[in-house]
Write a protein that binds this ligand. Structure first.
Ligand code: NDP
Length: 257
């Protein structure tokens, strides 16, 4: 797999620290020879990313700031990527946000504002970055986002984020149809629970992880590296016949009734 992505430029959005799913993805894509471009929102994440890259001897092609809540910020980020990198072949969207108070109790109590923020950052952002990225994918490309089973089933406390993930997965299908004619593919990975900064915001993480060990066919939890390798499959030509798909990387948990 060492040269699967040789010469390919891939943008990774969403490394906050070494536990981030996007960091597992970074390692897989780097090992496959990709040139990596990163985007961060918070300065704190930027500093953590730079340190991690140094520690792991990964030379980024570019690191730019991007807040997906702002059209201007997205436009500026992709403009800078266009100027400094030119053509891109892949985009990893590993970004989500919901207010902490919406990730517990009853979904019926979701506020209007909380609903809109979750949709904006966790689902609409894929639409906005696809629009920006497709202009740079002049040689075809692959876009991968991160979803969760809460989009299909009621998972306690996941609430407003489950509805945002349903919207994200529907967007994957509509976007796949739009950009397929440019030889750009759009897919999602639906990962099992992984202990990250974002996962801590959802009440009852331990219960979710324990039930995987108890009930999933593989009887173990997944990790960032497994999601990284599945993302590598989607970003590379190995998956050239696949688009509009949601691939479960969850030890098979989703097939159990
Ligand atoms: P992290 O907290 O490590 O990553 C979340 C990222 O989202 C951060 O890098 C954060 O950037 C970014 N982000 C939030 N708001 C914005 C914004 N307005 N603009 C730009 N970036 C933003 O958690 P995960 O790695 O767990 O999350 C990555 C993805 O994986 C999410 O979509 C999540 O829903 C999904 N997922 C997670 C699972 C899990 O159990 N952990 C399971 C299945 C899916 P910053 O730090 O700069 O704010």
């Amino acid at each position: 797999m060492s040269n699967l992505l040789q010469g390919k430029n891939v943008v990774i959005m969403g490394v906050a620290n070494e536990r981030s799913i996007a960091w597992g993805i970074t390692k897989s894509l780097h090992n496959a020879g990709a040139n990596l471009i990163f985007t961060n929102r918070q300065e704190r994440s930027h500093q953590k990313l730079v340190k991690l890259l140094e520690q792991n001897d990964i030379e980024p092609k570019l690191v730019v700031s991007c807040d997906v809540a702002s059209d201007e910020s997205i436009q500026e980020a992709f403009q800078e990527i266009k100027e400094k990198v030119g053509v891109i072949h892949g985009l990893v969207h590993s970004v989500a946000f919901a207010k902490r108070e919406e990730l517990k109790g009853e979904y019926a109590d979701t506020s209007r504002d909380g609903f809109l923020i979750a949709q904006e950052i966790s689902a609409y952002s894929l639409v906005a970055v696809t629009k920006a990225a497709k202009e740079l994918m002049t040689e075809g490309g692959s876009i991968v986002t991160q979803s969760y089973l809460g989009s299909e089933r009621v998972i306690p406390n996941y609430n407003v984020m489950g509805v945002a993930k349903a919207s994200l997965e529907a967007s994957v299908r509509y976007l796949a149809e739009d950009v397929g004619k440019y030889d750009i593919r759009v897919n999602a990975i639906s990962a099992g629970p992984i202990r990250t900064l974002s996962a801590k915001g959802v009440s009852g993480f331990n219960e979710k992880a324990n039930v995987i060990v108890e009930k999933a066919p593989l009887r173990r939890n997944v990790d960032q590296d497994q999601v990284g390798d599945a993302t590598l499959f989607f970003i590379s030509d190995l998956s050239r016949g696949v688009t509009g798909e949601v691939l479960h990387v969850d030890s098979g948990f989703h097939i159990i009734g």
